[in-house]
Design a protein around this ligand. Structure first.
Ligand code: CA
Ligand code: CA
Length: 227
């Protein structure tokens, strides 16, 4: 009886032949900041707050870097349109360990160190086909705003960002980052000039980018991870 039941369960729980699972994009580290009582206007995700233009993409399972040339980075245009120029070739993509030590994360970084392929105050789409453990050609897409200085994530740069950064000045180098640590995330976003410190230079970086009006998402586009 027990053997028969075990035999039944063994076969019942096996994946069906040919069923492949795609890794699913679930989070983007630089864009993530949890709203706090001090930042009531902060909204979920969507801005690159640093000048470094590095995007971390967290997937729900093992992910491999996209096939060369499959990364597309394009400006968002009105009425759901995209810019003609694909900036994807200006970035390198590598697999990174997630906070749990699993190779479930991609790091998208400018191929030329220090270069800034993305224009500030501009909305972009990043998309590619990636491979998982059992599936290939798995699509993901993200729409985000490149707005260095927008530490509190409300699509504008103003005195609230100066306050945000000022209250997170770190006395020591090596900004800690822990995916689940809200303080670390906020420090990451506060490091506007993308060195290893949160200090007066970041306040200057914010101050030089004051833009009190929110940068609106072009019509026909929904910000964030595309479902
Ligand atoms: Ca802001
Ligand atoms: Ca800094």
């Amino acid at each position: 009886m027990g053997v028969a039941l075990g035999y039944f369960l063994f076969h019942f729980i096996q994946p069906l032949p040919g069923v492949a699972e795609c890794p699913k994009l679930i989070d983007t580290f630089p864009n993530r900041v949890d709203p706090s009582p001090n930042d009531p206007s902060a909204r979920a995700g969507y801005t690159l707050s640093r000048t470094g233009q590095v995007i971390y993409l967290l997937f729900d399972s093992r992910v491999y870097a996209p096939t060369l040339g499959s990364l597309q980075v394009r400006e968002l245009r009105a009425n759901g349109a995209y810019g003609d120029t694909n900036l994807g070739g200006l970035f390198n993509v590598s697999v990174e360990l997630d906070p749990g030590g699993e190779p479930n994360m991609l790091k998208v970084v400018p191929a030329t160190p220090g270069s800034r392929p993305l224009t500030e105050r501009t909305w972009y789409s990043a998309s590619a086909l990636v491979r998982g453990s059992s599936a290939s050609d798995c699509p993901f897409a993200l729409k985000f705003l490149n707005l260095p200085g927008d530490a509190n994530n409300d699509w504008r740069v103003n005195a609230n960002d100066l306050s945000f950064v000022n209250s997170r000045i770190a006395p020591r180098p090596g900004v800690p980052w822990d995916w689940n640590d809200t303080i670390a995330q906020q420090r990451y976003r506060s490091n506007v000039n993308a060195d290893n410190f949160v200090n007066a230079n970041d306040l200057s970086a914010v101050n030089s980018r004051i833009h009190p009006l929110a940068v609106p998402v072009p019509s026909g586009h929904t910000p964030g991870i595309q479902k």
